[in-house]
Ligand binder design. Structure first.
Ligand SMILES: Cc1ncc(COP(=O)(O)O)c(C=O)c1O
Length: 374
């Protein structure tokens, strides 16, 4: 028998939102709405789809490992130098490269409880000791995170806005935090939901900082609608990006992701529609949750975190929603035991979801109020 290292045996694999096909297979349901993975309800950027169609016959070629055209397109768009950018198969992929490039065994990592589970999976995969700082009223507790730093700390991971809480910290809070970070500690600022948050006063855009110990992550999975293609990128000072190139797989992201991303980055109309639809859907959800008396965390992203009376209530609620064809995302696995997340949808998807949530929540609350254990 092959020996499996203990930290690998103990790993808990990443738990994604349930795929539509799986629910259909499991429960024989045909009408299904998935609002579980913070995807773009409008589908992919049309410009990206067109670029993919136009480049299908180039699939026999390897991609350019320097991603020259793509990196230059991103640099031009963000007003950065090309040497400050590296692209990978989603920002999830970048997380593992950051841990590989900037930490070794016995180094320590700090992050929050109740943040992006992809970070936990990657940190554990490499057997790094992680400190998980509790959330403060569903916000990342930047003060407590800074207080946790010791001489072994190498990396701090922050998602802003945070997934799954949807909360954000402000420019002012970030600057105070960074003033407390020693220069041997790398701060990873994951801005997967940046475009949804940019219009809020006080929002901190990590790209406005050029610090020696900061890496900003962006993805095309959310607002650009390219989650299935796998493309994200990191922006940092050149000396950090150079190291990431050494550890990354040379041919990721794939060729179609390159051409699609270049086209999507220019698809302003699609971005605009995406943000507009998100606003409408979240507004509708908020008013329905208020009517029903469902507690939720105010959001700066494309989803709401609902807070139900108990973990059992979440399990029942989720199961009943699944039975009716609605896929949501319970978040008990990352420490928010009574939380379940729902992302924005099209008008029809939103109405479908609000109808089911209304029925399921009301009937479970009746039982709950009658003292039936949930
Ligand atoms: C905070 C955060 N970072 C990264 C990701 C993953 O992005 P990608 O699809 O680029 O791997 C997600 C996806 O849910 C996320 O919420």
């Amino acid at each position: 028998m092959i020996h499996i290292p203990e930290h690998v045996q103990n790993l808990i694999p990443y738990k994604a939102g349930k795929p539509i096909e799986e629910l259909s297979r499991e429960r024989g349901i045909t009408q299904i709405v998935k609002l579980a993975s913070n995807e773009n309800p409008l589908g992919p950027s049309p410009k990206a789809v067109e670029a993919i169609r136009n480049n299908l016959l180039k699939l026999h070629r390897y991609t350019d490992p320097s991603a020259y055209t793509l990196v230059n397109a991103i640099a031009g768009k963000l007003k950065k130098r090309p040497g400050q950018i590296v692209t990978c198969s989603g920002s999830d992929s970048l997380l593992q490269y950051i841990i590989t490039a900037f930490s070794i065994e016995n180094d320590e990592i700090i992050t929050s409880e109740g943040t992006f589970s992809g970070w936990y999976v990657n940190a554990n995969k490499y057997g790094r000791k992680s400190h998980y700082v509790p959330l403060k009223n569903y916000h990342l507790n930047l003060d407590a995170i800074a207080d946790t730093i010791n001489s072994k700390t190498r990396i701090i991971y922050l998602a802003n806005p945070n997934n799954p809480t949807g909360t954000m910290f402000t420019k002012h809070e970030f600057e105070i935090f960074m003033s407390r970070i020693p220069d041997y500690v790398l701060v990873v600022l994951d801005e997967a939901y940046t475009i949804y948050a940019q219009s809020y006063p006080g929002y901190i855009d990590g790209l406005n900082y050029d610090l020696e110990n900061l890496i900003v992550l962006r993805t095309l999975s959310k607002t650009y609608g390219l989650a299935g293609l796998r493309i994200g990128f990191a922006v940092a000072q050149e000396y950090l990006i150079t190291e990431l190139y050494k550890v990354k797989l040379p041919f990721e992201p794939n060729y179609l992701a390159h051409v699609a991303a270049i086209a999507a980055l220019d698809d302003e109309e699609f971005l605009h529609k995406t943000v507009h639809l998100n606003d409408l859907s979240l507004k509708r959800m908020k008013s329905r949750f208020d009517e029903l008396g469902i507690e939720y965390v105010p959001t700066y992203a494309n989803f709401y975190l609902l807070l139900l009376p108990s973990e059992n209530f979440v399990n029942e609620f989720n199961n009943e929603c699944l039975n009716r064809g609605l896929i949501l995302r319970p978040v008990n696995t990352i420490g928010i035991k009574n939380g379940i997340r729902i992302n924005s949808g099209t008008k029809d998807e939103t109405e479908f979801a609000m109808d089911i949530i209304g029925k399921v929540y009301s009937s479970l609350m009746e039982k709950y109020n009658a003292g039936i254990e949930l």
